[in-house]
Design a protein around this ligand. Structure first.
Ligand SMILES: C[S@@+](CC[C@H](N)C(=O)[O-])C[C@H]1O[C@@H](n2cnc3c(N)ncnc32)[C@H](O)[C@@H]1O
Length: 374
């Protein structure tokens, strides 16, 4: 059986005390490393995810080479200041491997919105990672896919780093166990995001549903070290006599009033002239408030399932509001030309339209074969 919360909290407290003690007395590097290994050990649950690891084609490629990124000068736009967001086109496992060499332990916020494994075929990106020869459990491939990426996300996060994962009812149960396994139960929380709201949904088209209308999704929050991390207050909308205003509030489990799927489509429609440009964007305000809560003014924010690029737009918006210099790294593949014609175009349009100060640097990640001597 797994150790339960109280036991784990106690172990975690002891770990933090030890860590503080060692930091005060400048512990030698190998002791800090040992301690980090110990921390991972005590925070892990007993669910065994190792048996469901499938080899992806990108891993086969990566076993014969290393991930490199190449700057695409034609898609780079200079900023008004010496700060640029990075957009990396390509397979995120390769990009994460590359980023882990450059930014290990330096990322303060990761916001991701992976494919939900719904099997829906009408989306612009593939959302059914379901099939594997001989496998009868439709969730295994998806979990295997997520585990490999979240293991690296854990390493990328700074000591006070926070990971936010959007997810719906298809994989919430599995993903939560996986997050407990990687981050520890004491470091994992669940929020609810109402994805419909009449206040935002004047253009919403009702989808068919099976007896129960689903009006919410989830955001799983994973802390590298919850005890040692404080969150900033969020600016939550309130309407007084139909007047919009905002109040600073601690994060609450229901993220109400931050926009909906329909309002996110309206945001894209303003730029691209169509609500159908991207099937499942997230509203900018939702991501902006999550980033506000977990970042400081110079944080690096990462989204490795970037889709239409909402996270970078949210980061620029927050920087513009509070004068911050947060840098955003986006990774997304180019299926259906999403990266070039939607992500990049959106960043470019919004930069001009809203006079964002950050530049944009566009890269492609590839596997460069290792040349062996004969
Ligand atoms: C749900 S969407 C993200 C939407 C985003 N939050 C937004 O507001 O637009 C997921 C995105 O991840 C991309 N994606 C899926 N698997 C990927 C992979 N292995 N590497 C890189 N990108 C991937 C998909 O093409 C899709 O654009």
């Amino acid at each position: 059986m797994m150790a339960y919360n109280s036991e784990r909290d106690e172990e975690h407290k002891i770990f933090i005390e030890l860590q503080n003690y060692l930091q005060d007395t400048s512990a030698p590097e190998h002791i800090v490393q040992l301690l980090d290994n110990y921390k991972k050990l005590i925070l892990k649950g007993n669910y065994d995810f190792t048996s469901l690891i499938y080899t992806e084609s990108i891993e086969t490629e990566m076993s014969n080479g290393s991930a490199v990124i190449t700057r695409q000068d034609d898609y780079c736009i200079e900023g008004k200041v010496n700060l640029s967001h990075q957009l990396i086109e390509g397979e995120n496992l390769a990009a994460l491997t590359y980023l882990n060499n450059e930014y290990r332990g330096e990322i303060d916020v990761i916001c991701i919105d992976p494919p939900y494994n719904t099997g829906m075929s009408e989306l612009i990106y593939s959302d059914h990672l379901l099939t594997c020869p001989g496998d009868i459990n439709p969730h295994n491939i998806w979990l295997s896919f997520m585990k490999k990426r979240l293991d690296i996300a854990y390493e990328l996060l700074s000591d006070s780093g926070v990971l936010f994962i959007n997810i719906d009812e298809h994989e919430i149960a599995n993903l939560l166990l996986l997050c407990n396994n990687i981050f520890g139960e004491a470091n994992t929380d669940v929020l609810i995001w109402p994805k419909t709201d009449p206040l935002f949904d004047e253009n919403r088209v009702e989808k068919p549903y099976d007896k129960i209308k689903i009006t919410h999704e989830y955001v799983i929050v994973c802390f590298k070290n919850k005890l040692g991390t404080s969150l900033n207050k969020m600016k939550m909308p309130i309407w007084i006599n139909e007047e919009y205003t905002e109040e600073s509030k601690d994060m609450e489990t229901i993220l109400k009033g931050l926009g909906t799927t329909s309002s996110a489509k309206d945001e894209l429609s303003e730029l691209f002239g169509s609500r159908d440009t991207f099937s499942t964007p997230k509203p900018r305000k939702l991501i902006k408030e999550l980033v506000r809560a977990a970042s400081h003014s110079k944080s690096i924010v990462l989204d490795f399932f970037a889709g239409s690029g909402t996270t970078a737009v949210a980061v620029s918006d927050l920087n513009k509001e509070d004068g911050g210099e947060r840098k955003c790294i986006l990774v997304t593949n180019n299926e259906n030309d999403i990266c070039k014609t939607i992500t990049f175009e959106r960043l470019k349009f919004t930069k001009t339209k809203e006079d964002f100060k950050e530049g944009i640097e566009y890269y492609i990640v590839e596997i460069q074969p290792i040349h062996q001597d004969k």
